[in-house]
Design a protein. Sequence first.
Length: 724
Amino acid sequence: MKILNDLNQEQLKAVEYNAGPHMIVAGAGSGKTRVLTYKIAYLIENGLEPEAILALTFTNKAAKEMKDRIKSLVGKKAEEIWMGTFHSIFARILRVEAANLKYRSNFSIYDREDSVSLVNNILQNLNINLENLTPNGVQHKISNLKNQMIYPEDFEKTMTATLADKKFLEIYTEYNKRLFENNAMDFDDLLLKPIELFMNNPKILGKYKKQFKYILVDEYQDTNKSQYELLKLLSPLKDKVCVVGDDAQSIYSWRGAEIKNMLNFKKDFKGAKIFRLEQNYRSTKIILAAADSVIKNNTEQIAKTLWTENNDGEELSLLKASDEKDEAFQIAKRIKKEVAARKISLNDIALLYRLNSQSRALEDALRREKIPYKILGGVEFYRRKEVKDVLAYLRVLTNQNDEESLLRIMNFPQRGIGNTSITKMISFARKLNITLFATMVRVFEVIEVKERIQKNVKQFKLLLDKYIDLKDKLSIGELTSALVDELGILRIYKEENTPESMARYENIQELLSAVQQHSHENPDAKLDDFLAEVSLVSSVDQYDEKTNSVTMMTVHSAKGLEFPLVFITGLEEDIFPLSPRFDNDSKIEEERRLFYVALTRAEQKVFLTFARSRYRFGEVAYQSKSRFLDEIDESTLEETNGSAARKSGRRKKEFYNEFYQQSYDDFDQERRSLRVGSRVTHSVFGMGKILQITGTGDLQRVTIAFEDFGTKQLLSKFANLKLI
């Protein structure tokens, strides 16, 4: 085949190999997709029927792109390949074999929202009302257990004897029962039910083993336990199995992915051959050297060394900022400078962050500098549901005629005012030509609304009245914090304790930080002023992907993409890596892999940024720079401060060493023994140094940089600090 001339030597070996199971370890930018598509085309051109090929991917987009490329190589027969995501392929099989599972072939597939709704109904039907059994939390736990192939009967054998576990088991059992009664499967069932089908029906398993003569799996490092089991069950005779992946880019353990599937491939498939694609076509030599110097600190990995024939390129630039606003400002200015100097478009630039909540300050700076941007894998900060919910409360406080905002918050958080009752209240308002807010005062006249709900409406109205009265007596920061606290929104999201709820928790904290910051910088600002500013943010048009704009996204969303210029932001302990303390080494290793993914998105240049302080949880926190910055080979990194740049290879003082050497004044009059700069010990956090003291008496707060736990803010009254 002439197309094989497009491959390098190692790629060619991997494409032509056909003697048994093999794994292609494809480093970042090494042409993984090309090898997979060419291999499938090569198999077809050498006589394998397209319908005998099962190619499993992780996104529909990847499947479509690969099939289109194969079609361009071998023609229309590529249409016959069984190619798609794990979920789509096995849903297709389940449609055919549904009767063998006592399902009908027209079964529904429940997405996460459907599943949460079902859990919620079950909680109500079973009259279960425990704080730690929320619909979202229960659904997340059920999904996690299904990912690990743990059924209710398995959970029962290992659960604790607590009331919560007993009730959860009852819900989990009922959940599966209701799914079956509804002729429905959730997303996890699309992988579990085929295993059940094949294990209980050897003839059906035999039919598909006979049909699929070759199985190929993309992104193998992202497979979970059920996907691994399906691969093992369906493995064709002579193990005609090819998996492709990069263990250094395994970043999805939180959704069930198991890196051991890749690390143990040779044990699981006897006689397996390993091919390493180590030539990188994407990045410069310096970027690869920097990435390699970081990832080599992981012990759990397949040995490989990426190399490239690309030029040396530029060193990575490290930008230090005083806070997140300064960080965002420096980035915005740098983007303008780089566009002008390199003659590149904004589409060539990616701005990466670890947490969605980091985007707020970055968006503010880009808007201020009139730099167009788009967000992938998320929505603009002020358009996120939980942020808009809080803003809706603030809008009602300042404008009681804002019916849309009032409708948004009427039953958020849930207060038992359902859609039926709201519809009746709106009808009453229209009939008397008064506002919905005014109707809340007269809800007892709406006889169609039950007395219990009328009382709930009255309580809600009293809450709003309270804060309407306070809005001109408190700063906007104090007002918003008090309102959010009374509503209990943060507690609700924290108790759910799912990745989604914690992201919402972080975003509301970030909103509180934005309000506090605005209040601090504009002491006389009114609520109207803040909302007017925010409304401009909310009305920014969504940018089309084809427009010339900077791309903003989390590092997780960036996997598989590449850009000439990449900014990696917020490189501080507690942010990237996400937590200063890990349950085990595997968690820090996954964070390091995530940083490796971020670095290897870049083709030409990388900027790394960190802030010395950052508004977090509504207060200023002093940040420690990320450990990953210390792991980068110094010869690949330069530090840029303002307009001056110097090689980081020269020994430079750590920020905190410089910070501690400042001379401090003791401005606390009540506790003269505690001074800024004093060394102290804490019973939990150990040794630290006082950075700041604010307030007096019982409200005195001490900001301390602890050696092992980073920076903490504590109330002196309860901290029990001991001077060293």
